[in-house]
Ligand binder design. Structure first.
Ligand code: PSV
Ligand code: MN
Ligand code: MN
Length: 393
């Protein structure tokens, strides 16, 4: 086993300094499954309180300076005011997520619907989201579509793909020069037979037809069991089309559990490909977002745990001895190369990161510091009638 040398440790910490993880506003609301939504005390009653809670995660970790919004879940009268509120709390508004999956009108689809009037409604919604981006200073418009069918023969899959391309082109044309369109894929659910953007290849084909500022979002929970997700990360980075991550973890389907909880080794492998492909470099434009729900655990600690998991696996990925790895790969040393890789994975970086945090004026133990801060007790007492994360709200 090779020891991690000091020089590599220093380089790792330098590179971690610029890492940012974006939090989803909806992680702070009550959530659950179709069986039950469990209410918690202290849950935000509006987007302003969601932003305030997100700012707590940043205050204790220094890792999460941006909050993503979901429209209309986070609709407010004055987005300029929400932007100023975020800035007052030391964070900013990040990605704007559109939502065409909860209206009755979208039962048979939205941007790919055969009815022009439904497509128009869905396009108009995206134009409104672009207005929100202008008010909040957001860069990314993220689109996930529930569009698809439940039964073979239900609709013409090819025509739907063409209509989707047309709708996306209209939305893309409406973006400002500094904006990006980010298209997320998911292999099933709520559609159970076919989904219009089921995989990275379809998302890649659609965004490539739009132009340079259209990129792919990879949600780690949106793949069939056994999918080699790090391969997709590698390929999208290689093609210059990895726009963002929606991080979470899954055991069965779209579970939206804490990132790195179900399979820490998978998160390490993903972060290794991110590092290898230059995705950690801020100039790459890759946005590291969480897309999670905390159904039974407390929300702010859940988010703190999540951003720390991402940071820990990023640190481990940065510790891979790439010279030794390349040498073993070139020599065809199968087990040697694997061992170099696993040495980094098995390195416990937690004490190192605790010291580093302290040296930057942050708490060594963010979860303990949050628990001791009294914030949770205060909001538990003050806030009555917290909202749901979005579903059914
Ligand atoms: C769909 O499953 C998804 O991952 C999309 O990103 C939605 O915007 C989000 O979940 C809602 O949590
Ligand atoms: Mn997602
Ligand atoms: Mn999802």
């Amino acid at each position: 086993m090779t020891l991690i040398d000091e020089e590599r440790t220093r380089r790792t910490l330098d590179r971690l300094a610029s890492q940012e993880i974006e939090l989803p506003s909806w992680a702070f609301g009550n959530s659950g499954t179709r069986f039950r939504v469990f209410g918690q005390p202290g849950v935000p009653r509006d987007p302003f309180e969601k932003v305030a809670d997100a700012a707590q995660v940043h205050a204790h970790t220094g890792l999460a300076p941006a909050v993503a919004l979901h429209i209309p879940w986070d609709l407010v009268d004055d987005f300029g005011k929400l932007r100023a509120h975020a800035e007052d709390h030391g964070v900013r508004i990040g990605t704007i997520n559109s939502n065409t999956f909860q209206d009755e009108a979208y039962k048979l689809g939205s941007l790919s619907h055969s009815d022009t009037a439904v497509r128009r409604k869905a396009i108009e919604h995206h134009l409104e989201c672009i207005d929100v981006m202008r008010a909040t200073g957001s860069q990314d418009l993220k689109i996930w579509l529930a569009d698809g069918t439940n039964y073979a023969g239900q609709d013409d899959m090819r025509a739907r793909q063409d209509r989707l391309a047309e709708s996306l082109a209209e939305i893309y044309a409406a973006l400002d020069a500094e904006h990006r369109l980010v298209l997320e894929y998911k292999f099933f659910e709520p559609a159970f037979y076919h989904t219009d953007v089921p995989d990275w290849g379809t998302s890649y084909a659609q965004v490539s037809a739009l132009g340079e500022r259209a990129v792919v979002c990879l949600d780690t929970g949106h793949h069939a069991p056994g999918t080699n997700i790090e391969f997709i990360v590698m390929q999208l980075l290689r093609l210059g089309k990895l726009g963002s991550f929606d991080f979470n973890s899954r055991n069965y389907a779209d579970d939206d559990l804490i990132v790195g909880a179900a399979d820490p080794f998978q998160l390490f492998r993903i972060m290794y490909e991110v590092v290898r492909g230059g995705g950690l470099d801020p100039a790459s434009g890759v946005v590291f977002m969480l897309d999670q729900c905390h159904n039974i655990e407390r929300k702010i600690p859940g988010q703190i745990r999540s951003v720390l998991n991402v940071q820990e696996m990023t640190a481990r990925a940065l510790l891979v001895d790439t010279d030794a790895l390349r040498a073993a790969q070139a020599a065809g040393d199968v087990l040697g190369a694997h061992e170099v890789f696993m040495d980094a994975f098995y390195t416990d970086v937690r004490p190192l990161l605790a010291d580093w945090r302290e040296s930057r004026g942050l708490p060594a133990d963010p979860l303990a510091a949050y628990a001791a801060s009294g914030y949770q007790e205060t909001v538990d007492a003050e806030r009555v009638g917290g909202t749901q994360a979005g579903w059914g709200a």
